[in-house]
Design a protein around this ligand. Structure first.
Ligand code: G1P
Length: 296
C-alpha cells in the first residue's frame, strides 16, 4: 500500500518574482485555492494521506495553511458563516502533513533524498511537483499507484512535448508496455539538447517510487546543472530493469510558467458554477472587443 507522498517545495520561485519575494510560489492560487492545496487534495484522493513537504527557510506559511486557525474559526462561527468555517476546518484534517528542510538547493534528487528518514527504504511513495497541476478531479495519480502495486517498478507520468521543449524535461527511451497507455522505459536523460533526445516523451511531475531509490540517490554524482537529479537515479534503475511510463491522459497545466498559470486559472474558473458562466460571457465580450468594462 502506497500511503506517503513527498512534495519538493523548497524552491525560491524566481520565475514568479516579485510576488514570490514574500509569498511561496506554492501558495499562489488556482482561483481561490493554493496550488499546494490542490496537490495535497490530489494525494488524498489517490489514497496518500501522509504528506511530507521538503521545504526551506522562509516558507513556513505553507505548513500554516494546513494547521488550525482558531481566531478565524471563532470569527466565522460567531458570524454564522458555516460554509467558510467548514472550508477552513477541513484543511487541518485533510492529511497528515509533515515537513523537513532542504538546507541547500542541490537539485530535485537531493530534495527527494531528504525524505529518506520519513519514508524509509522499504516503503514506496509518490513524488508530486507543484509546477505540474493536473485536472482537479483527475484520478491519474491513483492509476499510477495501481500500476506500481502491480509491477513493483518505479512509475512516471509521460507526455509528448514539441521538439523545442525537450530541453526542459527528463526525456525517456521507450518500448511499448503491457497495457494501453503504458511504456517500458529503458533509459532517461535530463534536459537533453533536441538533437540528442531519444524521443519527445517527457517526464511530468508525478512519480511513484520504491524506497530503494534512496540508496541510488545517495551514491549519485551531480548531473545536469551540477545538481543531484532524480532523472539520473531513475536512469540507473531503468538500466537494471525497465521502469514504467504511464501516458498522461488528463489536462495538465505548467503552473511554473506564467502563461500556464494563467491558463490553469481560467480553465478552473470556467468550470465553477459560481464563476464560470459570468467569466465566459466576459471573456467572449473581451475577445470580441465590444465590452467597455473589459478594458480592451
Ligand atoms: C523537473 C525534472 C524533470 C521533469 C520536470 C517535470 O524539472 O528535473 O526531469 O521532466 O521536473 O516538470 P524542473 O521543471 O524542476 O526543472
Amino acid at each position: 500500500m502506497v500511503r506517503k507522498a513527498v512534495l519538493p517545495v523548497a524552491g525560491l520561485g524566481t520565475r514568479f518574482l516579485p510576488v514570490t519575494k514574500s509569498v511561496p510560489k506554492e501558495l499562489l492560487p488556482g482561483v481561490d485555492t493554493p496550488a499546494l492545496q490542490l496537490i495535497v487534495e490530489e494525494c488524498v484522493r489517490s489514497g496518500l494521506d501522509d504528506v511530507l513537504f521538503v521545504s526551506a527557510m522562509g516558507k513556513s506559511s505553507m505548513e500554516d495553511h494546513f494547521d488550525r486557525r482558531l481566531d478565524l474559526e471563532r470569527e466565522l462561527e460567531a458570524k454564522g458563516k458555516d460554509d467558510q468555517l467548514e472550508l477552513v476546518r477541513r484543511l487541518a484534517e485533510l492529511a497528515h502533513v509533515h515537513s523537513v528542510r532542504q538546507g541547500e538547493a542541490l537539485g530535485l534528487g537531493h530534495a527527494v533524498l531528504q525524505a529518506a528518514g520519513h519514508v524509509g527504504p522499504d516503503d514506496s511513495f509518490a513524488v508530486l511537483l507543484g509546477d505540474d497541476l493536473l485536472d482537479p478531479e483527475s484520478d491519474f495519480l491513483e492509476r499510477m499507484v495501481a500500476v506500481h502495486e502491480r509491477t513493483s517498478r518505479p512509475v512516471v507520468a509521460l507526455m509528448e512535448v514539441p521538439e523545442e521543449q525537450v530541453g526542459l524535461y527528463g526525456i525517456a527511451t521507450v518500448q511499448p508496455g503491457e497495457r494501453e497507455g503504458e511504456h517500458l522505459i529503458s533509459g532517461l536523460v535530463e534536459k537533453p539538447d533536441a538533437a540528442d533526445a531519444p524521443s519527445n516523451l517527457a517526464v511530468i511531475g508525478r512519480y511513484v517510487l520504491p524506497g530503494s531509490i534512496f540508496g541510488v540517490l545517495e551514491d549519485l554524482p551531480p548531473g545536469r546543472g551540477g545538481e543531484i537529479q532524480l532523472t539520473d537515479a531513475l536512469e540507473v534503475m531503468a538500466a537494471e530493469e525497465p521502469i514504467v511510463g504511464l501516458t498522461l491522459d488528463v489536462p495538465r497545466f505548467d503552473a511554473g510558467d506564467k502563461l500556464g498559470y494563467l491558463q490553469a486559472n481560467v480553465a478552473f474558473a470556467l468550470r465553477r458554477p459560481d464563476l464560470g458562466p459570468q467569466l465566459r460571457a466576459w471573456l467572449e465580450d473581451l475577445l470580441a472587443g465590444d465590452d467597455p468594462r473589459a478594458g480592451a
